[in-house]
Design a protein around this ligand. Structure first.
Ligand code: PCA
Length: 322
């Protein structure tokens, strides 16, 4: 078999094409069926299409490539080129990362979007210093309290073992007299099943993802805040793309941000209804609980403002000015 010159040419063109095509790994912490992950898959498909195949983003859901708490560092070091993370879980490193989890600061989807816009320049700056480029973020539905018993007064919360997802939720628990342990959503079911924890603050979305009605009985729709999952790229990886491909990524990121927020708002009520359909008691929080949480919120807002300094002030000022 003697290959013809034309065949050689076709082969080398194909190889050149393949060489310029790039694959990015995108670790994510939440399940493939979660709307954040589905939204990112739409983003990845759109990027592939818009770059004419120059860039393929491969999603690794559920902490399968890097666990939730490893994702940020992996992207910073270039071990993954892009990733999604609940950035507020890194508030110990920089309080700015928890701008979205200040209790009762922004409690609706509309307010959450305003807060996101207000925080964007500061968050982008903080990420850029760590070699990462902010691409987009999407809210979780409002956060409510889950328990494995009815909770009517602050005394009912005392000593309860609480699953935290960041230092803010741990602090809420601590101020309410509960005992927090930080646990990734991917490990939540096991922690509940083994009795390591029996309560948490989270959205209906995570409650449904993890079918928490198997271990908890009560959901109180506190609407304490709407935390966000944030998608960011390794700065060098992004700069290494052609200008056209980079534009595709940023354009599609903006679309993903708007689409994700819409989806979250559309799904929020259904998640809570699903909790009830599966036997959970879904109620507004009792007045004494809300009063206690209000107090806790004030303490924590002051603490956050103090620790976040100038950057925190810039975010709050921009938010209030809208
Ligand atoms: N779900 C995520 C973060 C906030 C939320 O609603 C979790 O519980 O891990």
């Amino acid at each position: 078999m003697k290959p013809t010159a034309a065949a050689f040419l076709a082969l080398s063109t194909a190889l050149a094409g393949a060489a310029s095509a790039e694959t990015w790994d995108m670790p994510m912490a939440y399940p493939a069926s979660n709307y954040h992950t589905e939204n990112a898959q739409i983003f990845a498909d759109a990027v592939k299409e818009c770059t004419g195949g120059e860039l393929e983003i491969v999603i690794h859901a559920g902490g399968s490539l890097f666990k939730g708490d490893e994702i940020k560092r992996a992207v910073q070091l270039g071990e993954a080129q892009i990733g999604e993370r609940l950035l507020s879980a890194h508030a110990n490193e920089n309080p700015v990362f928890a701008y979205d989890s200040v209790p009762f600061l922004a409690t609706s989807f509309e307010a959450s979007e305003k807060l996101r816009a207000a925080a964007e320049p500061t968050l982008a700056k903080v990420l850029a210093k760590q070699n990462m480029t902010l691409l987009y973020s999407v809210p979780w539905p409002p956060q409510g309290l889950y328990f494995s018993k009815p909770v009517a007064t602050p005394a009912d919360m005392e000593g309860v073992k609480f699953r935290a997802y960041n230092s803010i939720t741990a602090r809420v628990a601590e101020l309410a007299g509960m005992v927090p342990t930080q646990i990734e959503a991917a490990d939540l079911k096991q922690a509940l099943a083994t009795g390591l924890v029996s309560s948490m603050i989270s959205s209906g979305s995570t409650g449904v993802d993890e079918s928490v009605w198997e271990d908890m009985t009560n959901f109180y729709d506190v609407k304490a805040w709407l935390p966000r999952n944030t998608v960011f790229a390794n700065a060098e990886a992004l700069e290494g793309l052609s200008e056209a491909a980079r534009t595709c990524v940023t354009d599609e990121a903006a679309k993903a941000q708007a689409r994700g927020a819409e989806k979250a708002a559309e799904l929020a009520g259904g998640f809570v209804a699903t909790l009830a359909e599966n036997g959970m008691d879904v109620n507004p929080p009792a007045e004494p609980i809300m009063a206690k949480l209000g107090e806790i919120g004030e303490t924590m807002t002051a603490e956050w403002m103090e620790s976040a300094g100038e950057d925190g002030k810039a975010i709050i000022d921009a938010y209030k000015a809208q």
